[in-house]
Design a protein around this ligand. Sequence first.
Ligand code: NAD
Length: 290
Amino acid sequence: MKIGFIGLGNMGGPMAANLARAGHDVAGFDLSAPMPDGVTKAASAAVAASRAEVVITMLPNGAILRSVADEVIPAMDQGGVLCDCSTVDVDSARAVAGKAAAAGLGSLDAPVSGGIGGAEAGTLTFMVGGSPASFAKVEPLFQIMGAKAVHCGDAGAGQSAKICNNMILGVTMIATCEAFALADRLGLDRGKMFDVVSTSSGSSWSMNTYCPAPGVGPKSPADNDYKPGFAAELMLKDLNLSQDAAESSGADTPMGRLARDLYATFVEREDGRGRDFSAMLPRFAAKNEG
Ligand code: NAD
């Protein structure tokens, strides 16, 4: 298949490389990132998109997606599908879908879970919004870049699923970190705490798979001095998206708001920038010492 791939950073680079390795004809464009192996460099986003049956974007935010879509949509042939895999606001996803439809194109919002490791290994999970026909066309590519693709509903449904998932993740990570810091104060061994909670009703992905305590549970960024992994500022980005969506849809999300405020403090006023989002544990522990 002829594919245009725009945004070849930490995530897009390995995703595009996996498509090229599987034998697809991939033309790539990025403002600064190098071309991955097997991907042909295009002179612009529009050139990467011209004659592509599917154009995939993996970009930092909704404003950039909207401007790239304005360049790409007129360059695509009728019947092509524009598939955005970035994490962006639901309104931008729906706006781009509307413009694509007006130009006779299909479109999908297909954000991912699984991080850079999942992008490299081709084990991402895609959460997808858009028409069944567009989903069917791009599904073989999701199978190359990922292990699972869930068709969640119409345009915007993929981004909705993503921000709800990550709101739960932010809240459970904070709860796990503050509980470890409380256990410290109570003199409870962290390993014993993990043994109990990981098999009890307090278990979660944050505890069981991505334990924020170094030397406890499976290997995680805590064992690598909290180098990301999933950076605290990316978690803050996603919690801002979920709060914006909560406000615009009238949903009451007090825990999501508190998690957003704590990550904002951590990233903007403390030492969270550039650290993994699980570094909330040393933050709480230091506060308890102070
Ligand atoms: P990144 O900053 O490494 O990559 C973004 C790329 O987009 C950069 O290479 C940049 O040069 C390029 N770019 C920016 N504006 C452009 C333009 N106008 N035209 C062409 N290229 C342009 O970011 P990333 O970590 O790859 O994340 C990409 C998206 O994936 C984000 O929306 C992020 O929230 C989401 N995401 C990231 C992770 C993760 O663990 N890194 C996990 C899940 C989802």
